[in-house]
Design a protein around this ligand. Structure first.
Ligand SMILES: Cc1ncc(COP(=O)(O)O)c(C=O)c1O
Length: 245
């Protein structure tokens, strides 16, 4: 039976999984109980002694999870500024399996080129795994730029109402979908259907909210940049920001 047990499958959760897979243009989507649950599950695809390169300004909770928890289970990490391709190249070891970064980092809002890093990763046979929480598929679809796995804390823009904690993963290939799907059921960090429905509801207004959010963020950033009380404002929409796009 397809929906005989909710951890293994549920129609409301499946709706959201198909929706995020469609929005990110991937092979399959997976729903988790938080962004960190999604990240933990994705890093569980690796084996003892695997090495992963991670961005130097990822969310602190991600850094804690990788460096405190996954290192105890045999993974190793090198932290680099992923905007610098030479720094990435220098960090590659014989046991490196993946490069992980946030497309727009939390909290410094550094912008890493998914296209350039994915091309480098491909040359070296590595996976490119990105956290696309701050951009959302409304602003960037990393799988179409060469990434293999996209992760979201849906607690932020996708949920949109600060009333739900959730994580999402989208995979590019059936082989990765099989691995993540297996772990979603085997580890059990998936999301209750009621919460999945709240994320589905949030996505209905994503485009309107993201457009307004950018207008508001730029106005706040310009105000802070002009203030004599502020030494530096980080926002890639500011012309003077080194990450300006
Ligand atoms: C970029 C990013 N990824 C992941 C997370 C973790 O998500 P959650 O709080 O839903 O576990 C956060 C939380 O702040 C975040 O900012």
């Amino acid at each position: 039976m397809r929906w005989d047990y909710t951890r293994s499958g549920n129609p409301t959760r499946e709706y959201l999984e198909k929706e995020i897979a469609y929005l990110e243009d991937g092979d399959a989507g997976f729903v988790f109980s938080s962004g960190l649950a999604a990240i933990s599950t994705v890093f569980s695809i690796f084996d003892r002694d695997d090495h992963i390169i991670i961005g130097d300004s990822v969310y602190g909770g991600t850094y804690r999870l990788l460096n405190d928890y996954f290192t105890k289970h045999g993974l190793s990490f090198t932290t680099v500024d992923t905007r610098d391709l030479d720094a990435i190249k220098a960090a590659i070891q014989p046991n490196t399996r993946a490069i992980y970064f946030e497309t727009l980092s939390n909290p410094l809002l550094k912008v890493t080129s998914v296209k350039k890093v994915s091309a480098l990763a491909k040359e070296h046979g590595l996976l490119t795994i990105v956290d696309n929480t701050f951009l959302t598929p409304y602003l960037q679809q990393p799988l179409n730029l060469g990434a293999h796995i996209v992760i979201h804390s849906a607690t932020k823009y996708l949920g949109g109402h600060s009333d739900v904690l959730a994580g999402l993963v989208v995979t590019k290939t059936p082989a990765l979908s099989q691995q993540v799907g297996y772990l979603q059921n085997a580890l059990g960090p998936t999301l209750a259907p009621e919460a999945a429905n709240l994320v589905r509801r949030g996505i209905e207004t994503l485009s309107l909210r993201m457009a307004r959010e950018q207008q508001n963020a730029l106005a706040i950033a310009e105000h802070l940049e002009a203030s004599p009380l502020i030494s530096s404002a980080h926002y890639p929409g500011l012309k003077r920001d080194p990450n300006f796009r």
